[in-house]
Ligand binder design. Sequence first.
Ligand code: FAD
Length: 373
Amino acid sequence: MRVGGPADRIITASTRDELIDRAVELWETREDWLLLGGGSNTVVADEGYPGPVLLVRTSGLEIVDDPELGAGSVRLRVQAGHDWDALVAECVERGWAGIEALSGIPGLAGAAPVQNIGAYGQELSDVLHSIEFLDAETYEPRRMLAAELGLGYRDSVLKQGLQGVVLSIDLVLADAAVLTSASSGPVPVSGRIRFPQLASAVGVELGSRVPLAVVRSAVLSLRASKGMVLDAEDHDSWSAGSFFTNPIVSAHFARALPAGAPTFPLGEQEVEPAVLSLDEFNAGVPVSIPEANPDQRVKLSAAWLIEQSGVPKGFRLPGSGAAISSKHTLAITNRGAATAEDIGELARLIVQRVQQEFGVLLVPEPNLYGIEL
Ligand SMILES: Cc1cc2nc3c(=O)[nH]c(=O)nc-3n(C[C@H](O)[C@H](O)[C@H](O)COP(=O)(O)OP(=O)(O)OC[C@H]3O[C@@H](n4cnc5c(N)ncnc54)[C@H](O)[C@@H]3O)c2cc1C
């Protein structure tokens, strides 16, 4: 977002052992400190961070020999500081399927489980095997299986406060899934496309498989059209991605919303709406709430709620350097000279408007330090 003040002190860890040593040293001082990957999901107040900040700058990718893996799968170990999109690019290149729709998400691998990153019908939880976790209680590294991480929609036990450092993540991806094409020979293909907008961008039916590289390039184009690929020239990408998560409410509550409010039942048919704009929801596949199950939990569109509460794309308060992205209602952006306070002020206004209008409390997606909403 390019806002916020300096850290009191910056410490950099470039190897796994350094990361462990520096983290343990900091815990032993008993002072508050901040762990930072790429910083793309973190917003710090203008006063800065009043303690040390440990930067994760490890890297590396290796294949893990796992006798329990079935044929056609590959298990990868990725160090926490490895760039996420570089990882996706390499997997696509090598024909490993499972994270191609997560192309273009900024940040580093170690932060990916923290909010269980997701986009365009894929989530990290689909492929995460385990993490190596340095526990702040014991100061010892231990392996935690994905099932122990409470991974949900933009959520995990790490996000909920489990203290420690992700040292590396292990993914299980599909290998050698091939589509035989008469013209180009065998081509590695993606998992089934589960996101309507991606299917239509690629020109196939939902549930189809297409070459991995086609998915990656379609996702990167879709993301760029929404300002969701980092680009120094595009102020719409000077953001933390989606600033609010899509609220999850009961079907009963959702029925009281105005007609036309998009709702997505949670469960097998779930459609991932994290990066949908209002226009896309309107153009997408409408999913009605099942009448028979009033306890069904449904996901609302935060973008729709924000727009309907009177805050359109491009909205900016007088004199503020922050504005809603001109391409995506969910992104609060820095137009060049915003302060962290400008970002906070706009976020507070949105939360108030949506609460007054619909009785729904929006929850910020990024990690905020020194900023109260
Ligand atoms: C333009 C843009 C688009 C985005 N699009 C998406 C999207 O489509 N889907 C999505 O899910 N997210 C999206 N995001 C959010 C963001 O990219 C992800 O959350 C990403 O995983 C953050 O990585 P990071 O390294 O930058 O995290 P940081 O901001 O550095 O850290 C985020 C949090 O994780 C903690 N953390 C970081 N590293 C570790 C570690 N090794 N161990 C333990 N805790 C750690 C930090 O302390 C902090 O609390 C987007 C962001 C931007 C700016």
